[in-house]
Design a protein around this ligand. Structure first.
Ligand SMILES: [Fe+2]
Ligand SMILES: [Fe+2]
Length: 275
């Protein structure tokens, strides 16, 4: 149990602290050059999450779970602080107090990822290591929305002359909006919808679309790196959204494994005792 706690905690922190560090960079690049206070704040968060990443790399599976529990609290506080910073920026943009190149939806999106990270750390410290049916549905709603946003960002940051790619991005956006609404409907039908066949179908359907979005992002990233397409997408942003799709796929597989290992259990058993 402790081993699982240590490995899950370190896995979440290593993945999301790099993501938070990169958000700080993207936000900084989107500010006007005279918004020096905001630029400095973004730099501060970049360094904070870089230090967290390094600290996480120095822990091992044999580390004391109590130390990890303490580290989770520390990282939770950092994630909450960057969340507040992102919400402050969002407020400044939508009240026209600052201008720049950060889309409000992108800032909101990165704040949702920070909130997700903070919640995961809290759940881990509460001992919630195995996903419950309700959590699987909720997590799919979260990630489908993230994927739908990515498709929209890619579509808007590509040069308008890249007609074919813009069209493909628009198709992905539509596909993920549909999947998102399906998952939201399933969420509304809880707890009755928490059945193994329905959750299994949700995972199967999402996996197919996430795989093709992941491949689209991978080829976009490679084309951007090779300077073969016209866009204002930072190469690191292309890689960043690719990694987040990979993460969703890993989570889908993890859920699937938990689900198939419990085929003989009734859904009440699962709801009462977990997978
Ligand atoms: Fe992100
Ligand atoms: Fe994202």
């Amino acid at each position: 149990m402790s081993n699982l706690f240590v490995s899950r905690s370190l896995d979440e922190i290593l993945f999301w602290s790099r993501i938070m560090k990169e958000h700080s960079l993207f936000l900084k690049l989107g500010f006007n050059c005279d918004d020096t206070e905001l630029i400095n704040e973004a730099d501060h968060f970049y360094k904070l999450f870089e230090a967290i990443e390094t600290k996480a790399q120095n822990f091992t599976m044999q580390s004391d779970p109590r130390q990890i529990q303490q580290f989770n609290i520390e990282v939770h506080n950092a994630a909450s602080m960057i969340w507040a910073f992102k919400r402050k920026i969002l407020g400044l943009i939508i009240t026209c107090k600052i201008s720049g190149n950060n889309f409000p939806l992108l800032v909101d999106h990165t704040s949702r990822e920070a909130a997700y990270f903070a919640t995961r750390l809290k759940e881990l410290n509460e001992g919630k290591l195995k996903p419950q049916p309700a959590a699987i549905i909720r997590e799919n709603v979260f990630f489908l929305r993230i994927m739908a946003d990515h498709a929209k960002f890619i579509g808007h940051l590509l040069d308008p002359s890249e007609r074919k790619l813009v069209e493909q991005a628009r198709d992905f956006s539509h596909d993920f909006d549909q999947l998102l609404f399906q998952a939201v409907d399933l969420e509304a039908m809880q707890p009755q919808s928490e059945t193994v066949p329905l959750i299994d179908k949700l995972l199967d359907e999402n996996r197919v679309s996430v795989k093709s979005l992941r491949d689209f992002k991978k080829s976009a990233r490679d084309l951007i790196e090779a300077c073969k397409i016209k866009s204002i997408i930072h190469p690191l942003l292309a890689d960043h959204v690719f990694r987040e799709a990979e993460r969703f796929l890993q989570i889908i597989d993890l859920f699937e494994a938990e689900l198939t290992g419990t085929n003989t259990q009734s859904i009440e058993d699962i709801a009462n005792h977990g997978f």
